[in-house]
Design a protein around this ligand. Structure first.
Ligand SMILES: [Zn+2]
Length: 314
């Protein structure tokens, strides 16, 4: 049995889903944002199936973002499972938090963000306000079977988040997909810090495309998604998302015709209004397109004397 719980969020994305799965154990995949309204919706959803918070034996996270992880500590009898990257956030690991700010500051300087806008670095950790505050009990890795749910296998599907897992059941041809593939909107491959300062910056757009392409190799018929209704016609939607992204990248490529540009300059041009409200998100999107074009060999990157990366057609 898989029951979708629809939970309100304070974010632009709207509602988020959690999935109640009854196997040999009773598990909840994802846990809404940490708001009172979300907790009420979770309680109501469980109640529809005759359960309460106390009955949940396992909480399994698709990723650490606050709309998915918020109430991971709200189930007194549940053990918590997820990708190890979740822990950096769920425990507010002090070394990671410090590194997080340094990471974004360095990236924004490379991207040519003007000094007066660099203050947003300090605000980017606000996402943690609506996350749960407890460590994982168990780490899941690529290929692990979910305890109590024979046939459900964890797939590491990074890109949207550095903690992102999806859960595949080959007998049912179904995937619990987190934010890997959404019915209505394309999923943003957010730029996130790696685990530590010695690791390279994850190229999240490339990771995300590789994760999407994994779906093309699986006979998946239905994806239970983090937002919106379950997706059928999965392969068609994957192809459409990949094609759209390629088209967006080529639009950015055309913007390089007059000469070299920084990620910030391109972002202002691409998102003339939105970049003021959502600087982190919009820069992330543009950097993703540049990583993609670099990978295709269509652009090259040079670093100027101020340390700003400028991209030009190759
Ligand atoms: Zn989400």
């Amino acid at each position: 049995m898989i029951q979708q719980l629809t939970i309100p969020t304070p974010y632009a994305v709207g509602d988020v889903n959690a999935f109640l799965v009854k196997g040999d154990t009773l598990s909840l995949f994802d846990a809404g944002p940490r708001t009172p309204e979300a907790l009420e919706a979770i309680k109501a959803g469980l109640n529809d199936s005759g359960y309460s918070l106390e009955d949940i034996e396992q909480v399994i996270l698709t990723h650490h973002h606050p709309d998915h992880s918020g109430w991971a500590d709200g189930f007194p009898n549940a053990e918590l499972y997820g990708h190890e990257y979740n822990n950096l956030w769920l425990t507010r690991d002090p070394d990671f938090i410090k590194f997080h700010d340094e990471f974004y500051m360095d990236r924004f300087i490379e991207q040519g963000v003007p000094e007066k806008a660099l203050g947003i670095v300090g605000k980017m950790k606000r996402a943690a306000d609506l996350m749960a505050h407890r460590p994982l009990d168990h780490i899941l890795m690529e290929g692990d079977e979910i305890p109590g749910h024979p046939g459900w296998i964890a797939l590491e599907t990074l890109g949207h988040a550095q903690s992102h897992l999806s859960f595949w059941n080959s007998k049912r041809s179904e995937l619990i997909g987190g934010d890997l593939l959404l019915e209505k909107v394309s999923s943003n491959p957010l730029v996130e810090p790696p685990k530590g300062p010695d690791d390279p910056r994850p190229k999240t757009m490339l990771q995300y495309n590789a994760s999407l392409k994994r779906l093309l190799d699986l006979p998946v018929e239905k994806v239970f998604s983090g937002h919106g209704m379950p997706v059928t016609g999965v392969h068609e939607l994957v192809e459409k998302r990949l094609q759209k992204q390629h088209e967006r990248a080529m639009k950015v490529y055309d913007m390089l015709s007059p000469g070299p540009r920084s990620v910030f300059e391109l972002t202002v041009q691409l998102f003339p209004a939105a970049y003021k409200r959502e600087l982190g998100l919009t820069l992330s999107e543009t950097l993703g397109q540049m990583d993609y074009l670099l990978e295709l060999g269509k652009v090259i990157r040079k670093t100027d004397e101020q340390g700003i990366h400028r991209y030009e057609k190759s």
